[in-house]
Design a protein around this ligand. Sequence first.
Ligand SMILES: Nc1ncnc2c1ncn2[C@@H]1O[C@H](COP(=O)(O)OP(=O)(O)OP(=O)(O)O)[C@@H](O)[C@H]1O
Ligand SMILES: Cc1ncc(CO)c(N)n1
Length: 522
Amino acid sequence: MTAVEQTTTPAASTSNRVHDRRPVTVRDTPRVLSIAGTDPTGGAGIQADLKSIAANGGYGMAVVTALVAQNTRGVRSVHTPPVGFLREQLHAVADDVVIDAVKIGMLGDVAIIDAVSTWLQETVTGPVVLDPVMVATSGDRLLRRDAEAAMRALLPHVDLVTPNLPELAVLADEPVATSWADALAQAERVSAQAGVIVLVKGGHLTGTTACPDALVDATGGLGGDRSLIEFDGLRVDTRNTHGTGCSLSSAMATLVARSGSWTEALGDAKTWLTSSLRHADALEVGSGNGPINHFAELWVSSGMTSGRQDGAGILSGWWEDIAEVRTRIDRLPFVTTLADGTLDPARFAWYLQQDAIYLRAYSRVLARASALAPTAEEQVFWATGAAGSIEAEMELHRTWLRTYAVSGMEVEPSATTTAYLDHLHAATVDGDYGRVVAAVLPCYWIYQDLGERLVGASHAEHPFAAWLDTYADPAFATANARAIEIVAGAVARANETGRDTMRRAFLASAAHEEAFFAEPIR
Ligand SMILES: Nc1ncnc2c1ncn2[C@@H]1O[C@H](COP(=O)(O)OP(=O)(O)OP(=O)(O)O)[C@@H](O)[C@H]1O
Ligand SMILES: Cc1ncc(CO)c(N)n1
């Protein structure tokens, strides 16, 4: 393969960094060096780095800082070779090979940090990514506490740092952020202080189905003078997350050397990582927190493995398939004006009337799901949903539609409402439980997801506050989570044809949701 070489500077530099951000020499197959500790079970550390670099299109090289006796359950002991030998390894690589990007992982102690820092400053001209490894997923320390200050001092010598939330707190020398907004503010301070770009990782956020990541550059060097770029992500329901941090940082080093853009690199890395997490359970490596499946996409696309996933994995794939639908819904004038309060009340009333018609029919579809349910628990769940749906319809007439003095008016379903309901009814005709529950799911899931954002727009004087606040009902979030689980169970039991039918029912309902939100304002 011919390398296409082109030198770019991905980010401008001002601030108090000691070197200008290193330029990137873009190359098809960049030569990427990982400097890190080992994991003999292959899921984290330098073994994960080599897999991640290869999976993302780079040529991987490895200099070992420390040998770690660990597995998926935890760390047993660490053996650190003399630091002089670390220097010999670094020089052996650099004396012979052009290094297009560097990823740094476990450093362990002050002597190692100093040796790597000196070598970086003397030798490396390409982009450097630092994963400030401090504690393993299992909770075991991988960095001596007395080396934390040296880790902070290393920041100005690298281009990108990728802390999880506890590591970010150590770098900022502050308490751990408890919300995503706090984490972004903390990252901004670290970025301004050290002149480094910070990739904030949301893997450790609790109480949310989201798993966001963000790039923060206080110098505004992220393209278009931006200082923050956020990437939404859906949390994959798996305990097999060993080595996600190692894998992400190596993917970033590789992808920035291929594209010249940190933003593009994170978009691609996150898509790849999410898919590798989705296929993690199939590996069955170890009994603790197992590794991700670095090559899943390549194996599936080359026909090497079937790519059979568990139900939850399949559903997060569907959710990603409708990512564009969800983005378009967020941008619809009906949704944006509902959020900022400028929505014409007449348009809102018209929407509510259509919603009332919808809820009444939706209740009957949920009742059908209840009738077809394979277990008493699922039967109760859908019956409860059916009751809730018709109660919501009656409540609409008692409250909002009365406020708008249109309660007595007979309203016809619009063409859009009719099309959505026809689709739901069609899903019930052949008595296929999977098809019915897949078809009803987008109404739960998209509503819940959109609601999480709309609740944030509500305040005491907001004209639609009472409506927006209904989205915050925790019972709805619980019902949504259970509906997702039930559909995941049904898809896991289905054969290939059944799965395809379910997926098509789900995607079609998502498209009907978009049309429904689009219709009030054209
Ligand atoms: N369950 C999950 N589903 C989807 N993405 C995840 C999940 N867990 C972690 N990630 C992603 O993996 C990357 C690493 O995040 P995390 O915050 O877990 O880092 P870490 O703690 O350094 O990882 P490690 O487990 O290797 O120590 C981030 O991009 C994060 O969004
Ligand atoms: C060597 C090594 N680096 C990083 C991590 C973090 O997951 C780990 N468990 N082991």
